[in-house]
Design a binder for this molecule. Structure first.
Ligand SMILES: Nc1ncnc2c1ncn2[C@@H]1O[C@H](COP(=O)(O)OP(=O)(O)OP(=O)(O)O)[C@@H](O)[C@H]1O
Length: 200
């Protein structure tokens, strides 16, 4: 598959296969096409040429989005709502029992100490924890995380590492982009991009 932005070729004839039950890590230098690839896999961007076969995850964009858990560069949370309200809202939209969704998120990401405050008062790492909690509230079958450790301290990164492994262990296709070499070690499979091409 190929993706161009005007004269910029972000991805050139990329072919890759990602499996459920495994953590796949997309690696590469700045501008090598990692985020572009992740966006296309998440149906948030369209390839200029070629296609993505999502297999059992679904045929249409809507099907895939229903089973997608996405964390991009912008941590998507409503600033005027509390962390709890954000997670509860995400759970409701996904048809998950809100209270159970929140309890589970609290346990997994230790959100209780700041969860009742408006998100606009959060530190970057706290925002990131809410963003990941929201993204995973419906146990998605496709988990796409773009630099999920950005802003996280050591303890939160360890916690996220456990969560990522749990997501793969329940069978999800987990794909992440990271510049953090120690976090990248969680990968069962690695795809390396160089100037839009797969090199390993
Ligand atoms: N919306 C856009 N319009 C034009 N060019 C874009 C756009 N998005 C990405 N690009 C270009 O496509 C290429 C790949 O970008 P991409 O964001 O996928 O790289 P990346 O590997 O994720 O980089 P980083 O490590 O810096 O996040 C870069 O040359 C970038 O400038």
């Amino acid at each position: 598959m190929t993706k161009t932005y005007g004269p910029v070729r972000a991805l050139a004839n990329v072919s890759a296969r990602f499996e459920g039950g495994k953590v796949s890590v997309i690696e590469g230098a700045n501008g090598s096409g990692k985020s572009t690839l992740l966006s296309i896999l998440g149906t948030l961007a369209k390839p200029t040429l070629g296609d993505v076969d999502h297999g059992e995850l679904g045929k249409t964009r809507a099907d895939v989005r229903a089973v997608l858990g996405w964390v991009g560069h912008e941590t998507l949370a409503y600033g005027d709502l509390s962390g709890r309200e954000n997670v509860v809202l995400a759970a409701r939209l996904r048809g998950i029992d809100p209270e159970r969704g929140w309890q589970r998120a609290c346990e997994r990401f230790e959100l209780a100490s700041f969860g009742e405050r408006p998100v606009r008062t959060y530190s970057r790492g706290q925002r990131q924890r809410i963003a990941v909690a929201k993204a995973l509230v419906h146990a998605p079958q496709l988990v796409l995380l773009d630099e999920p450790t950005a802003g996280l301290d050591v303890r939160s990164t360890e916690r996220l590492t456990r969560v990522v492994r749990e997501e793969a262990d329940r069978g999800a296709v987990v794909i992440l982009v990271t510049h953090d070499p120690s976090f990248a070690q969680i990968g069962d499979a690695h795809v390396r991009l160089e100037r839009g091409r797969v090199v390993a």
